[in-house]
Structure formats: C-alpha cells, structure tokens
Write a protein that binds this ligand. Structure first.
Ligand SMILES: Cc1cc2nc3c(=O)[nH]c(=O)nc-3n(C[C@H](O)[C@H](O)[C@H](O)COP(=O)(O)OP(=O)(O)OC[C@H]3O[C@@H](n4cnc5c(N)ncnc54)[C@H](O)[C@@H]3O)c2cc1C
Length: 592
C-alpha cells in the first residue's frame, strides 16, 4: 500500500483542522489534512468570531478576508427581544428589550481599547469554505477532502493511519509523527477511551436553516432576535432567530432559528412538523419557507479528561463541547489550534523537547473547562430571564398569558415587572459582553515561567478585562509607531517567532536575545518601546506593560507572555537563556 511520511496528520476539515493547517503552513511545517466529507459543513452552526479569534486571523493574514464578507459591526453588534415576529394579538410583535453586544454600540470604545481588531460575524457554513481556500492556497498539496481515516495505530515512531480516498476508492497509509485529532470527537477520542467529563444530553436543540423574506418583520441591526412568549413558555422554546446573510440587514436571504425540545419529546424527529412549527414560532402562518437543513444537536458540557494521548492531540470539539451561548465552541477550537501549532513547529524543528507538547493540555484544558462552565451558565441564565418576565415553564398557557399581560400593563405592577426584568436581563451580559472571557483567559501552568505575582482579579460576570503582562496572559495590545507605521504590540509577534520587548534602558536584553537566538536556533524578534524605539502612541504600553525602566517581556509565538522581568537584572543573558530553556523544556546551554 502507498505510504506517506509526514510530520503532522490533521484529521478533520472543520474550523479547527483548517486553521491548524493554515498555522502550520505559516510556520513551514509539512502536514496532511484529511476530511471525510467531500465538502465543508453544510450546517450553519457557529457565526460569532470573537476578538481573540480575529486577532489570530489578523496575525495569520486572513482577518481582512473575513471582514470583507462578514456582517459589519453596525449590523451584528445588537440583540433584540420580542414576543413574536408576526401575529396580531395584543401580546404579539412587542419589542420589549434590546442590548448592544459583541463589541457593538456602547461597547465599541472598550473593545477597541483592548485589541487591534474587532470581533466579526460570519456563519460557519460560509466561513469554512473561506478557511479551506486559505489553507489550500498555503499548502496546495496538503488538503484532502473526501478522505477518511478508517483505522490507525500508535507506533514508536508516530501514528500509522489508513486513509480511504472516497472518490478514487483507494486506500493509502500515512505515518505521522504527530496527529491533530480535530475530528469533532468522532474518531480518535472515543477509540482511545478518553472520557468526556461533564453533564450531557441536557436538551435537544433543533436548528433550522431556511430562506424566507422576513423584511416586513425583522429589523436591520439585530443579529439575534430572541422571542419570549407565553405559548413558547420561555426563551429556548420560543426560539432565537439569527441572520445568515449574505445581505446583513432585514433583507437577509437566509436565516436560522434555534429552539429546544425536551430530549424525551417524541415530536423532535418529526421533520414534517418542522415547517408548521417554524411558522407557529414566528407567528407567520402564511410565510413561504424554503428549508435547507434541519439539524439536531444535544446540549453537552463535556471536556476530555486528557487532551494528549501519546502522539495524538485532541483539539476543538474533540476536546470540549459546550452550549453555543457565548460562542466559545468554534472560537475555542481555533484557540486550541493556535496554542498547539507553534509548539509542534518548535518540537519538529528540534528546538524544543517533546515535553513542550504536554503544556498543550496543561494550558488548554483548564481554559476549556472554564469556557464550558461559562457557556452552560450563560445558557441556563435564560431560565432566570424567563422567570423575571413572569413566565413559569410548564405552567398552563393561560397562566403565562396572564403573566405577560401584567408585564405589559401600563400600571404600577407592569412597571415594576418591567423594571425587574431590565435588571435581570442585564445579567445576560455574561454572554453578550463577555470581553474578559474572550480575551482575558490565561494559562497558570505550562510553557511559561511564573513570576510569583498574583493574577489580576477577574470580573465575576466576565465583562471587565484587565490588561497584564503577567506570564501566561495574552500580550496587552497598545498602538505604537515603528518606522513611521502605526502598528499594534501584537504585530511585534509573528507566526513561529518569539518577541522580546524592552525599553531604552534594556539594550542588554537585545544583545542577550541575539545570543540566545544564535545558541538555540529559536527566532526572537526584539523591539524597544519608548525613547530611541517605537513611540508609545497613547501611553497605553507604559501603563499596561507593568515594566519598570530596563524591564523586558518575552512573548511566545501565540502572543501569550512566556516570561518577564520587571527590571534589568545583573545577567540578562543568563536570565533569558533560562527563560527560553524553561519554556521550550530543554537544557540551558553552557555559557560560551
Ligand atoms: C447551533 C450551533 C451554534 C453554534 N454557535 C457557535 C458560535 O456562535 N460560536 C462558536 O465559537 N461556536 C459555536 N458553535 C460550536 C461550533 O460549531 C463547534 O464548536 C465547531 O464546529 C468545532 O469545530 P471543530 O473543527 O473542532 O469540529 P467539527 O466542525 O465537528 O469538525 C470535525 C470534522 O472532522 C471530520 N472527521 C471526523 N472523523 C473523521 C475521520 N475519521 N476522517 C476524516 N475526517 C473526520 C468531520 O467530518 C468534521 O468535518 C455552535 C454550534 C452549534 C451546533
């Protein structure tokens, strides 16, 4: 049988696998990606790409491609709540709340302060072809759709996988030093017996992707329209309507509506019932609907007990699955790939020991557990919102109708209920304003040198983000001017390279970086911010860097801080040697 030897086999051509390919290509790592389907996913799934994801896309040169086609911020940074889209009853078509979200409107200033780029919104079924094209452009021979891993075994020299090329009906072998199992949890994890820990099978959600003209009922600015009405009995059962574009206003050609069934509801797989149910949910009995796809997904909050088994790394949905609230699924999958790929590049180039790869689990598992808990909390918080409106799930419809009548009554009771609702719904900012969850996550243990400082306290609702250069945290963004160009501190960190940032008093660090780079082969770009170097345009770096004169920060290729020294030390060369050696887990070279 034909055999290919390759450093990395990527299994899965979803968001995680395709981004892994792009990242590895940018670092010159040869790989072979297989996806069993002939095309990218036909399911709409994710649509929100958070700021961290867009920062990563920016540093790998594909953010502008997404911005060019995704919804502009003024068309997605908003959420509204209605009783129903249609209908002409006294409780119908009431728009009773709205919210800025995802960095839009009132949030924009804060989001722009903390990042060189904004979040975006582009449905996964449109995003994946774009990622596929980018991956194919960068590694034309490496991307293989319609190819399935049918069997595999771990061997001393790596993983030997048997792959079936469906179109050619041909089977071949790939011997890979490492495997990124970005397979959505379909293949490697279950076969390896990796337990997915956490509650599962909580709710059966149905997502229906359809075309319809809703321009007489929808608005231009809200990406998500939540319905809460007495008949639906609550947020998840009344449905959430999401624009799918490609036109990003009320004339959106395509839509998705998500709503929940109880897992034991016999009607849940009755496809015939879906269109009537949709019309009922929207209260538009005569609406012409063309259904593209009805998909069921089970609400889980599960995280793999292990992210690494031998030479195999579980990433994306293979490692964690959580409710879609806060959009941490696809985003987290891309962050996994970003964390893992630079480490693979260093190890495969012989600049780091294999033990560096253990830090992938040490770093990403706690963050994934946090994200999964967060997503579930944001999901269940909708029940609080429903009750705040006066609805009791399971109560007779008449009781809930009466509660809603009270809610909208122009009297003291109605005013009080609406005021209570306004306070309670504000807690849902844990989902729509989750700025700290999105960019403030950090690693406590892993490929970093802890400096003993305490982590900044975190906002319990996940909104307020505190910039810090404490090791393990994402490098704070600040605008600087270098060689006449306004760039972000993030631009100092290029794919596959470390960056050392210091000030005018830190010249010795620069010499040390040059020596350590020569000794280890590790690429370390250097930058001086302040006198004699790049201008700190808004003074933001001076505040957020937390460095004193002569201090330095060493940033890993994934833009997370690996080490810092608040001041100049007596032997910068030794300090930097030890820092790089600890991060890459190899011996400190003997002084020349
Ligand atoms: C309704 C809904 C809304 C969501 N909204 C959001 C959101 O707003 N933001 C967000 O971040 N996330 C969201 N998510 C989650 C997001 O869609 C997933 O987290 C994301 O798709 C995970 O990507 P992945 O690449 O890890 O896995 P997948 O997309 O599942 O890709 C895995 C791929 O591996 C392939 N594969 C499996 N086994 C093999 C094999 N043996 N050989 C070859 N190929 C194989 C599969 O065919 C599949 O294409 C949402 C999910 C749903 C269901």
């Amino acid at each position: 049988m034909r055999r290919i030897n390759v450093p990395v086999l990527i299994v899965g051509g979803g968001g995680c696998g395709l981004c892994s390919s792009i990242f590895l290509s940018d670092m010159g790592v040869e790989h072979h990606l297989v996806e069993r389907h002939a095309s990218t996913s036909v399911l709409p799934k994710a649509h929100y790409l958070n700021q961290r994801t867009m920062e990563i896309a920016r540093s790998h040169g594909f953010a502008d491609t997404i911005y060019a086609v995704g919804a502009p911020m003024e068309r997605f940074g908003h959420i509204q709540w209605v009783t129903s889209l249609g209908g002409d009853g006294p409780l119908d078509r009431r728009r009773f709340h709205e919210f800025d979200g995802f960095g839009g409107g009132s949030l924009a200033e804060r989001y722009w302060r903390d990042s060189p780029c904004m979040s975006s919104n582009y449905p996964q079924l449109r995003l994946e072809p774009l990622l596929r094209q980018t991956a194919e452009e960068r590694a034309p021979e490496s991307i293989h759709f319609g190819h399935e891993v049918v069997s595999w075994e771990q061997q001393p020299e790596g993983v030997l996988a048997e792959i079936h090329d469906r179109a050619a009906d041909e089977t071949y072998e790939v011997l890979a030093t490492y495997v990124i199992a970005a397979d959505g949890g379909k293949t490697f994890g279950p076969a390896l017996g990796v337990e997915m820990v956490g509650p599962t099978n909580m709710v059966d959600m149905v997502s229906t992707h359809f075309a319809a003209d809703l321009s007489d009922y929808a608005d231009d600015d809200s990406m998500i329209t939540w319905s809460i009405n007495a008949e639906g009995q609550g947020s998840w059962t009344s449905g959430a309507l999401v624009k799918m574009g490609p036109t990003w206003n009320r004339h959106s050609e395509e839509w998705v509506i998500h709503f929940a069934f109880r897992p034991d509801d016999p009607a849940r797989f009755d496809e015939e019932a879906i269109v009537p149910r949709l019309r009922e949910l929207l209260k538009l009995p005569d609406l012409e609907i063309e259904v593209f796809k009805v998909s069921h997904w089970i609400l889980d909050r599960i995280v793999a007990e292990r992210f690494r088994v031998g030479s195999i790394f579980l990433a994306g949905d293979a490692a964690h699955r959580q409710p879609p609230t806060t959009g941490l699924g696809l985003n987290g999958a891309i962050h996994d790939a970003h964390n893992l790929c630079w480490k693979l590049a260093e190890v495969l180039a012989g600049r780091a020991s294999d033990a560096l790869l253990d830090s992938y689990e040490a770093e990403r598992k706690p963050v994934s557990e946090d994200n999964a808990d967060w997503a579930l909390s944001a999901f269940t918080n909708f029940a609080v919102v429903d009750v705040a409106m006066g609805l009791l799930p399971g109560a007779p419809v008449e009781a809930n109708v009466a509660a809603m009548q009270q809610f909208f009554a122009e009297d003291r009771v109605g005013a009080s209920k609406r005021a209570r609702f306004a306070e309670v719904i504000n807690t849902q900012r844990m989902e729509f304003h989750a700025h700290d969850i999105e960019i403030g996550f950090s690693y406590d243990n892993g490929a970093l040198v802890a400096d003993g400082t305490p982590a900044p306290s975190r906002d319990p609702l996940g909104v307020e983000y505190t910039p810090t250069t404490r090791p393990g945290h994402r490098l704070p963004h600040a605008w600087i001017e270098q060689d006449g160009q306004r760039i972000s501190t993030h631009d100092l960190v290029r794919p596959g390279a470390f960056a050392l940032i210091t000030d005018a008093d830190g010249a010795e660090w620069l010499r040390a970086a040059e020596t350590v780079a020569a000794e280890t082969g590790v690429t370390i770009h250097t930058a001086v911010i302040g006198t004699g170097g790049a201008a700190d345009l808004d003074g933001q770096w001076a505040t957020d860097s937390e460095l004193q004169a002569g201090g330095a920060v060493l940033v890993r290729p994934d833009q997370h801080v690996g080490w810092r020294s608040a001041t100049l030390v007596s032997s910068p060369l030794q300090a930097l040697r030890e820092a790089i050696a600890s991060i890459l887990i190899h011996q400190v070279p003997a002084p020349a």
